[in-house]
Write a protein that binds this ligand. Structure first.
Ligand SMILES: C[S@@+](CC[C@H](N)C(=O)[O-])C[C@H]1O[C@@H](n2cnc3c(N)ncnc32)[C@H](O)[C@@H]1O
Length: 279
């Protein structure tokens, strides 16, 4: 490997570790809405599924929830990131599910992996990331047995934590940051229903699930700190200097208004779920 390639690989590894940490925080903090998304999506499953596929599985929150929900099923978690798949394997071992959860490294933009026929496909916060969603949905349809189900989940918007008025800086900081990131294409996705129907699926939904209001303030502050630190580099040239200054105060643990010292944070995140059956 050249020095440049080595540097790039280490940067990617670091970025994926950061994302993995956020995905696990999301799973813990949004546990109720994850459970509701799984419950709503899987109520359209007809028979007990034998094989389940989790596409863009990340750290495996969906794959493991489905393995618990369907104790007779074998679950295949697909992701292009080795960092993510190692976490899926470790979590499956910890939960005693490693006999039924298999990982498959694959870049789904490049080719559909040889996973065989499946009964249920789960794709959470993933479909908007692929280069050609129409082609991917065609592959999903072809891999599903007749009557099989695809469940697609997306975040309606980026997770929100901050009150409108922080007591420092101009009110509305979080909305301005999210608008800047939306303009940069973050979490951009349509209502998937028309494309699912064009691909030949029978669609239920969209159905929205929201995070519950009861939260541990220290855990919320820790998640807010991790999440906003993750956003900070992308905001560098996209919001006004004054907003960057406020953000840096929030992120500095010693600042009197620091996120880690605040009691006025509340995680708000909505998810949309679509259930699509192959006739
Ligand atoms: C935002 S995360 C969502 C993870 C998980 N499904 C969840 O909801 O917590 C997106 C995941 O998709 C994976 N991914 C993105 N593009 C991919 C591709 N073309 N092929 C395989 N995996 C991909 C990323 O590595 C990442 O783990």
């Amino acid at each position: 490997m050249t020095h440049h390639a080595q540097h790039r690989a280490s940067h990617d590894h670091h970025r994926e570790e950061g994302l993995a940490q956020l995905l696990d925080l999301d799973a813990t903090m949004s546990g109720d809405s994850w459970a509701e998304a799984v419950a709503w999506g899987t109520r359209f499953v007809r028979d007990s599924p034998e094989r389940i596929l989790d596409l863009g599985a990340g750290t495996g929150t969906g794959a493991l929830a489905l393995a618990r929900r369907f104790p007779a099923a074998e679950v295949v978690a697909v992701d292009r990131s080795a960092v993510m798949l190692e976490r899926v394997q470790a979590a499956a071992r910890e939960q005693g599910l490693d006999g039924r959860v298999q990982v498959v490294p694959a870049d789904l933009d490049a080719a559909w992996p040889a996973v065989g026929a499946v009964d249920l496909v789960w794709a959470s916060s993933f479909l908007h990331e692929v280069a050609d969603p129409a082609a991917l949905l065609g592959d999903v349809r072809a891999s599903l047995r007749p009557g099989g189900l695809l469940v697609v989940v997306e975040l309606d918007g980026l997770p929100r934590f901050l009150p409108e008025d922080l007591g420092i800086g101009r009110a509305g900081l979080e909305s301005r940051c999210h608008r800047a990131l939306a303009d940069a294409g973050w979490n951009a996705h349509p209502d998937w229903r028309p494309l699912l129907e064009e691909t030949g699926f029978e669609v239920r939904g969209p159905h929205t699930v929201s995070t519950a209001a009861h939260q541990d303030p220290a855990a919320t502050a820790h998640y807010a700190q991790t999440w906003l630190s993750h956003l900070r580099p992308a905001l560098q040239d996209r919001v006004e200097a004054a907003d960057l200054g406020t953000l840096d105060h929030l992120l500095a643990p010693d600042h009197p208004e620091a996120l880690l010292r605040r009691a006025d944070l509340l995680l708000r995140v909505d998810r949309t779920v679509w259930a699509a059956r192959r006739p």
